[in-house]
Design a protein around this ligand. Structure first.
Ligand code: AHR
Length: 339
């Protein structure tokens, strides 16, 4: 479900300015200016088996993360990878130090989902400096610090802005363009939360009958989502719709809505992102309206990219994953995709 030819608008824009960077480099060399541009080439991937691959997970507190980790474990033997795995327990600082330990161990390749865009960007540069190639999966880093194609091989992941658009489009239709919405945001500072908010809010802003009455982080976690929803329900009893940035927070919101004596799916329409088994069951039960899939199965894609990269093939700066969409019209026949 991914194409090596697809590039992000963001990354494509960055690539367009490269000729300018190239001429600045030529100028700098011409004038004998000391630059870091000699480092610009990405590190090479050794052609050997097994390849020691570091996979630094952010956390393991939801089905999405577990499915992502599983997909790396499952592909490792087939791909000739000896995996070194860590779990940052929802801490940016721990994820950074886990990656630094992997750099110190001289892994051959680093693969990770950066928990937040900014705190995880410098360690990408540290890996490059140590000669270790990096593939980012699922979430991206701040492009003003580390750039795909220059500092790391590529970003493999979904278009989070588009996911937000698709969720909003569904909600506009489901509510006839009239809704008072509570938005449950993901982890503050994560590209998944930033872009899912951007995409959704863009569409809602074009619909005068739709208002976001509150927007708060539930950290992509079910219990946090439930707690935040409990508080927001008290402050905004007029709410008629919820947009949660992932299924787990939507399931937490459903629990809070029921506890408040309202019916999810009737009194309050809910739309979310992920396509987990729990989310799909809630759609089948009529409590959740729709879920935009966000595929967590990056293991085989990362293996494919690494093998092509080792052969010297040009890798696009964004290997875009395309996602399914589930609502009551197709959820029963799509259950095999749940995780
Ligand atoms: O970055 C992807 C998001 O992170 C998933 O939607 C969420 O469930 C996970 O924690």
């Amino acid at each position: 479900m991914a194409s090596l030819n697809t590039q992000s608008r963001r990354h494509a824009r960055k690539q367009q300015i490269r000729p300018l960077a190239g001429s600045l480099l030529a100028l700098a060399i011409g004038f004998g200016v000391a630059t870091a541009h000699a480092d610009d080439a990405l590190p090479k991937l050794p052609n050997k088996t097994p390849l020691k691959v570091g996979f630094a997970q952010t956390e393991s507190n939801n089905p999405w993360r577990l499915a992502e980790t599983r997909s790396f474990k499952e592909v490792a033997a087939k791909c000739g990878w000896q995996l070194v795995m860590t779990d940052a327990n929802s801490s940016n600082a721990k994820q950074v130090s886990d990656i630094q330990n992997m750099i110190a161990q001289h892994v051959d390749l680093l693969v990770f989902p950066p928990r937040e865009e900014k705190p995880l960007a410098p360690v990408v540069l540290q890996a490059k400096k140590a000669g270790i190639p990096v593939i980012l999966v699922d979430r991206d880093v701040d492009q003003s610090v580390a750039k795909a194609g220059r500092d790391y091989i590529t970003f493999i992941g979904s278009d989070f802005i588009d996911q937000g658009h698709r969720a909003a489009d569904w909600l506009v239709k489901a509510t006839g363009g009239k809704a008072k919405i509570i938005e449950l945001e993901g982890t503050t500072g994560a590209s998944a939360a930033n872009d899912r908010k951007k995409g959704f809010d863009e569409i809602i802003a074009k619909n005068p009958g739709m208002t976001i009455i509150a927007s708060q982080s539930g950290d992509f976690a079910r219990d946090k989502g439930r707690q935040v929803m409990e508080t927001l329900l008290q402050a905004h009893p007029e709410v008629t719709a919820v947009y949660a940035h992932n299924d787990e927070m939507a399931l937490g919101a459903i629990a809070a809505i029921k506890a408040a004596g309202k019916q999810p799916g009737k009194d309050i329409q809910i739309v979310t992102i992920d396509g987990t088994k729990g989310g799909m069951d809630a759609i089948a039960a009529g409590e959740l309206g729709a879920s935009v899939q966000s595929s967590p199965f990056f293991g085989p894609l990362a293996c494919d990219v690494a093998q092509r990269y080792a052969k010297g093939e040009k890798i696009p700066t964004w290997v875009k994953v395309s996602d399914r969409f589930y609502d009551k019209s197709n959820v029963q026949q799509s259950m095999q995709y749940g995780y």
